[in-house]
Write a protein that binds this ligand. Structure first.
Ligand code: NAD
Length: 515
């Protein structure tokens, strides 16, 4: 493996001088200190403690990571499928053994509660388990005797160096959506985690090395816009997988595809829960409150808009009462339901949108601004917030708030509710709450959203299926894990073959037909 990586003597003075630990790059199988002069603090959002400093990798370091992946591909691509699978069998074991530590790192840098952090790791672990089944997933097809003595078969072959760019809100699950499946398919990988919370991702990368990934098969670089653009433009990267906001995802998709790469981008959302009056009241209220305010609303599949149909409009006081029972506080404190927002900028954005909601005429049923969190006056906290009387055109409906804010709209009928949801450009997730099979089936058939829950508020599919957000929430045809991603991370090659007996005879065939 070429060693094009930084030596300790090249340490940036800023990094060397500080007592705060630095986040390393992973290049060529080694954790290396960046030589960059641009660093950013990784901050605990409940306390503002600086946990680490993350480098913005230099162009040379990004090139070194891609070069290392390119070299590693030469041997990894033909590594036996069982050997590739066994790395992920081992990785799933290591993730299980280190679950508590991973969750603690994640909570410290991202803010979500410890049980939810374990959920974040667990949903990624499911993809690692699936990657261990690559032997079955990457099977080709064969048709015997497509013409006389002719067989045709397909191979699903790896592409080369693939890259992934991940958001802050699932710093374990989403990196684990990407590199395990790409690598299990025989590709090598360059990952760029969110610069806001890269530490748990790095711990997962270390575990992947411990599980037996050869040097250069997985590389991790850090940074922001420049690193992302370098990935999109790099001639040696064949495919880019992105998860994040619609603004950045659209840019990444356009830039990467214009550079001739495959790209898939899972992006922003506005997810509606449609509540019919016959729904199971207690379970539905629990589901709405959990899905709107869990993870402080910082989930792409959060249910952020409740569409109350007919008499379900009378549920608002119960919804507010249920939301008030949630405890706001630091994610590592037992009993906390709603942790802090990831950053001061996110806090300012969410409180600004709440103010806009009031100014634009929505009714503030529950105000979660500036909640009292004893001992954590510096934390980026917003408690559950509920608006009713919300209309299209209001900022709180048009924008993805990405905070613990539920907006309520009303509809006279299921038809009206379906039309309302379908008129929203986003298509990440939706759910219907009802005890009527006929109503649920109508919803399933007529709703134009890629992931549908029936009495399930956050219908993120397990990896036997693929994440299947749609419309403005996604660019690219294939999903980020499950069977679909095997097609994304491979090139199909069709082989048509014929073998001749020594004594075979025959004439020239000047037609297109196989004879
Ligand atoms: P983001 O788009 O700000 O950042 C995502 C990645 O892009 C990060 O790695 C970041 O460093 C990079 N980036 C940021 N600005 C950039 C720029 N100008 N140019 C190039 N790269 C840039 O997203 P976020 O705030 O980290 O995450 C929240 C968003 O992600 C929400 O919109 C949420 O809905 C979405 N999300 C979607 C899914 C999904 O599956 N659809 C899943 C999780 C999150």
């Amino acid at each position: 493996m070429p060693n094009e990586i930084a030596t300790p003597a090249q340490l940036a003075p800023q990094a060397a001088a500080s007592s705060v630990p630095t986040v390393k790059l992973l290049i060529g199988g080694r954790l290396v200190e960046s030589t960059t002069t641009v660093w950013r603090d990784v901050v605990n959002p409940a306390t503002q403690e600086v946990l680490a400093r993350v480098p913005f990798a230099t162009p040379e370091e990004i090139d070194a990571a891609v070069a290392s992946a390119k070299t590693a591909f030469k041997t990894w691509r033909s590594t036996a499928i069982g050997a590739r699978a066994r790395v992920f069998l081992k990785l799933q074991q290591l993730i299980r053994e280190n679950m508590k530590e991973l969750a603690a790192i994640l909570t410290a840098e991202q803010g979500k509660t410890l049980p939810d952090a374990e959920g974040d790791v667990f949903r990624g672990l499911e993809v690692v388990e699936h990657a261990a089944a690559i032997g079955n997933l990457q099977l080709g097809e064969l048709a015997n005797n497509v013409a006389g003595g002719v067989d045709t078969y397909t191979l699903l072959q790896p592409l080369g160096v693939c890259a992934g760019i991940t958001p802050f809100n699932f710093p374990a699950m989403i990196p684990l959506w990407m590199f395990p499946m790409a690598i299990a398919c025989g590709n090598t990988f360059v990952l760029k985690p969110s610069e806001q919370d890269p530490m748990v991702t790095m711990r997962l990368a270390e575990l992947a090395l411990e599980a037996g990934l050869p040097p250069g098969v997985l590389n991790v670089i850090h940074g922001g816009e420049d690193a992302v653009n370098a990935i999109c433009d790099h001639r040696d990267i064949k495919a880019v997988s992105f998860v994040g906001s619609t603004r950045v995802g659209t840019h990444v998709y356009n830039r990467a595809t214009q550079a001739g790469k495959r790209a898939q981008c899972m992006m922003g959302a506005k997810n509606h829960g449609v509540i019919l009056p016959d729904a199971h009241r207690e379970q539905t209220l629990n589901a709405l409150v959990g899905a709107a305010f869990g993870a402080a609303g910082q989930r792409c599949m959060a249910l952020t808009t409740a569409v109350l149909v007919g008499a379900a409009r009378d549920w608002i006081p119960d919804l507010v009462a249920k939301a008030k029972t949630l405890k706001v506080g630091p994610g590592n404190q037992p009993g906390v339901d709603v942790g802090p927002l990831v950053s001061k900028q996110a806090l300012a954005r969410v409180t600004g949108l709440i103010e806009q909601g009031i100014a634009e005429g929505a009714t503030l049923e529950l105000d979660g601004r500036a909640p009292e969190v004893p001992g954590h006056a510096q934390g980026n906290f917003v408690g559950p917030t509920i608006f009713s009387g919300v209309k299209p055109g209001m900022s709180i409906y048009e924008q993805e708030i990405f905070g613990p804010v539920l907006v309520i709209v009303e509809a006279a009928s299921l038809d009206e509710a379906i039309a309302f949801v379908n008129a929203n450009p986003n298509g990440n997730g939706t759910a219907v709450f009802t005890q009527s099979g006929a109503a649920a089936r109508k919803f399933q058939e007529e709703i134009d959203v890629g992931q549908v829950g029936i009495n399930v508020p956050i219908p993120v599919p397990v990896p036997l299926f693929s994440f299947s957000g749609s419309r403005a929430s996604k660019l690219g045809d294939l999903g980020p894990y499950g069977k679909q991603v095997v097609l994304f991370y491979t090139q199909s090659k069709t082989v048509t073959q014929r073998w001749f007996d020594d004594d075979s005879t025959g004439g020239v065939n000047t037609t297109i037909a196989l004879k």
